[in-house]
Design a protein around this ligand. Structure first.
Ligand SMILES: NC(=O)c1ccc[n+]([C@@H]2O[C@H](COP(=O)([O-])OP(=O)(O)OC[C@H]3O[C@@H](n4cnc5c(N)ncnc54)[C@H](O)[C@@H]3O)[C@@H](O)[C@H]2O)c1
Length: 429
């Protein structure tokens, strides 16, 4: 493909926006999203995911479609007509699980339908969403073929390049993370790789096939899930033995090949979800994964476990549990990020409420309206001026590091540290 790349990014969320912004420094890019409100906020230079700062976003935005103007820059739109002149489509839509933890490919099918409607001869469609091995070729390509009426690997081509960004992490931004690439033929693999290599400073790794690239991504997150599940299990054992897990991990961590994982809640839409994609594919092929699903079960039990540990600590300090007031610090699924999707802090809160505790949640990052809408829970953006029987630190936002927690605690109250970051606490995971 000798022609200049004209890129359409489909789905402008945590993954799509930073990627579209990066490509727009060197290519004409149209960012497409079905969420009209999202497009409208982006067009004013505001990114509510806080991944791209206004001073970075605003200068790259164009007032008119850059394909027509033949200029570099990012144009955000919810109009399908704006992407029809692209020759590279990059799909970055969500890949959630349903209520039975089965992969829900609906956004991928829908995005593929959209692209199928505007696909032209010679175009390349690159998927970035996390999937199980085989999903691109077995699930998405047939939709593209059907809707476009064109033939795969003759009329149009595909690639897969998984995203590795870590929301809230301002150090490992998209261009600084080595990127795995792949293509539906060896030649297309080279083109896809050269496209990413032109913007990713950290370089690329061209995988031999799309399936290998898909599998690589899903095992990266599954490995992390299993490693955290192991230390979560250790935390449960050491709590029974009344040994400080963090001190044990610190001591063991002095060995050169001991992996530095910490116990905690595994939420969000990546690590807590992606292993189910791999498990589903394994099951479809007659293998019932043991370690992968055991890890998921263990990690999913941690919210309730944390709640019971806090209550035990309170009982040991002879505090009355019924109607006791607890200040919970943090509700987002991870630190320094406003994302509340699939957050396990909610399991902690619900676990505490099951014990008839009254929980007030303070989170300076979360959008209270979104939390109300998603979970029916109230979040405050400032700590109320009252004293609590217990304080639990659930998320390690930077803002929590310098809080004088004793100021908000009743005499004899309990501080519980889920993240193991507080200098002073009564108990921790
Ligand atoms: N967020 C992360 O940390 C991260 C990291 C690596 C990989 N991933 C993977 O990347 C993918 C995207 O994740 P995300 O966090 O950016 O999701 P997100 O929810 O933040 O963004 C997805 C965007 O896609 C839009 N969208 C949904 N359906 C669409 C459609 N049919 N057409 C156009 N737009 C559509 C949504 O409106 C939303 O703005 C997922 O597969 C995820 O697993 C995410």
């Amino acid at each position: 493909m000798e022609k200049q790349f004209k890129i359409a990014v489909i789905g402008l969320g945590y993954v799509g926006l930073p990627l579209g912004r990066l490509f727009a420094t060197q290519y004409p890019v149209v960012g497409f999203d079905i969420n009209q409100n999202r497009i409208e906020e982006l067009n004013t230079g505001v990114d509510s995911t806080l991944e791209v700062e206004p001073e970075v976003l605003k200068p790259i935005l164009t007032q008119e479609n850059p394909f027509q103007a033949d200029q570099n820059g990012l144009y955000c739109s919810y109009d399908i007509n704006d992407i029809k002149d692209a020759n590279v489509y990059i799909i970055t839509v969500p890949t959630p699980v349903d209520k039975h933890n089965r992969p829900d490919l609906t956004p991928l099918y829908k995005a593929s339908e959209t692209v199928g409607k505007v696909l032209s001869k010679g175009d390349i469609v690159i998927y970035e969403s996390t999937v199980y091995p085989g999903a691109t070729e077995e699930e998405c390509i047939p939709v593209l073929e059907k809707v476009s009426g064109m033939k795969f690997n003759e009329d149009f081509f595909a690639g897969y390049s998984p995203e590795r960004i870590n929301p809230g992490d301002k150090e490992h931004t998209v261009e600084k993370i080595l990127k795995v690439t792949s293509g539906s033929t060896p030649e297309i693999g080279e083109i896809v790789d050269s496209l990413y290599r032109s913007v990713i400073i950290a370089g690329t790794h061209l995988a031999p096939t799309i399936k290998i690239a898909e599998a690589a991504k899903v095992i990266e997150n599954s490995q992390r899930d299993i490693n955290i599940a192991f230390v979560n299990e250790l935390a449960k054992i050491f709590n029974l033995l009344e040994i400080d897990t963090h001190a044990v991990l610190k001591a063991a961590g002095t060995k050169w090949n001991f992996l530095p994982f910490k116990p905690g809640l595994v939420g969000g839409h990546c690590i807590g979800v992606d292993p189910y994609y791999l498990a589903q594919k394994a099951q479809e092929n007659g293998y019932h994964p043991e370690i992968i699903l055991a890890g998921r079960r263990l990690n999913d039990s941690m919210g309730q476990y944390v709640a019971s540990q806090l209550v035990k600590t309170m009982i040991k300090k002879k505090l009355t549990i019924n109607d006791a007031k607890v200040l919970n610090l943090g509700i987002t699924f991870k630190e320094n990020c406003p994302d509340v999707r699939n957050t396990k802090a909610v399991d902690v809160i619900r676990g505490l409420e099951d014990y008839a505790l009254q929980v007030t949640t303070f989170d300076p990052w979360a959008d209270p309206a979104e939390v109300k809408h998603e979970y029916g829970l109230t979040v405050v953006n400032e700590i109320p001026d009252e004293k609590f029987d217990a304080i639990i630190l659930t998320v390690a936002h930077n803002e929590f590091m310098n809080l004088d927690l004793r100021k908000h605690l009743k005499e004899g109250g309990v501080i519980y540290d889920v993240k193991g970051i507080l200098e002073e606490c009564d108990s921790r995971l």
